[in-house]
Design a protein around this ligand. Sequence first.
Ligand SMILES: [Zn+2]
Length: 76
Amino acid sequence: MSRVVLQCSICGNEIDPHSAKLHKLDPCGLYIITNILEDDDDKRLEQAFYCHYQCIKGALSGPGSLNLEDQDLEEG
Ligand SMILES: [Zn+2]
């Protein structure tokens, strides 16, 4: 069975989902949508990336721009 390797799109390092060092919200998926103000769906493109929570948090400017760790996860 092959091992799935996730690579952080920001720092470039591997994201090991079994590592004890990971943030409680890792691994994260980061989505980009181009031309977000276009009414026509055909003019938008989407791409998904993997990243560490702390990496995307550090890449965003402005205090409080990413505060998901303060929210509760719903128990399923
Ligand atoms: Zn990273």
